[in-house]
Design a protein around this ligand. Structure first.
Ligand code: HEC
Length: 209
């Protein structure tokens, strides 16, 4: 800054003007870019108006389900162990990839293989109903912070038995012992309730609130 910065209208030598304009452009342009960028960044704040319907949440969960299934299927082409490894790698990765500022997705179980997949308090009531063989329809749950939860029960199928059934091969048992020391996800039979797919549509507070 030159010495007249605090009183520039009075003492702004003409020869310096062009230079100062250049400088101010350097400062203003990034600020302008920032100002233009800000409304875009804060757009999700204003987007929390309408609550999602059950069907919309079911639809939002689909990519996660399909990608998980694809990863498992792909892995199974290489045998049970390859599929185990694929599941171990891909399940947490897909979960974090599909989780954003506006939705979170995941799986939860009363008998988790991965300890990170335990039940969260907001899931417990629906979980007990599903476990007791009640209505298996998906449910929406209003959460205290204004977010909307969505739950869908998961039931065991034939193809799941090799990794979640009562009888496991030696290599599967060894893999589980080595990679999931706290595994509780075996001993299931076809048709058993296994846990939940969950999705949360996150409420974002507007600045005025
Ligand atoms: C090839 C082995 C394999 C097969 C087949 C398999 N799973 Fe899994 N499953 C796993 C592994 C490994 C995990 C832990 C993933 C992780 O670390 O997040 C897991 C985790 C899960 C979870 C998340 C909760 C938890 O226990 O951590 C659910 C729910 C689940 N499996 C259901 C199923 C169902 C239903 C099927 C059949 C459609 C199935 N699995 C088939 C290996 C398998």
């Amino acid at each position: 800054m030159h010495k007249c910065a605090s009183s520039w209208p009075r003492c702004n030598p003409p020869q310096r003007r062009a230079k100062e304009r250049d400088v101010s452009r350097l400062v203003i342009l990034p600020l302008l870019a920032l100002a233009l960028a800000l409304p875009v960044q804060s757009e999700p704040l204003g987007a929390a108006k309408a609550l999602p319907t059950l069907d919309q949440q079911a639809e939002q969960l689909k990519p996660y389900k399909q990608l998980l299934q694809g990863a498992l299927q792909n892995g199974l082409n290489g045998g049970t162990l390859a599929a185990m490894a694929a599941c171990q790698l891909m399940a947490p990765a897909l979960q974090s990839n599909l989780t954003s500022a506006v939705i979170e997705v995941g799986r939860a179980s009363h008998k988790p293989r991965n300890p990170a997949n335990g039940l969260q308090p907001w899931m417990l009531e629906a979980h007990r109903d599903y476990l007791q063989g009640g209505d298996s329809a998906p449910r929406q749950i209003a959460l205290n912070d204004g977010s909307v939860g969505y739950l869908e029960p998961i039931y065991l199928q034939q193809g799941c038995l090799q990794c979640h059934g009562a009888v496991l091969t030696g290599e599967v048992s060894d893999f589980l012992a080595a990679n999931y020391a706290a595994d509780r996800a075996t001993g299931f039979a076809v048709g058993d309730y296994r846990g939940l797919f969950w999705l949360k549509t996150i409420a974002v507070k507007t600045p005025q609130q």
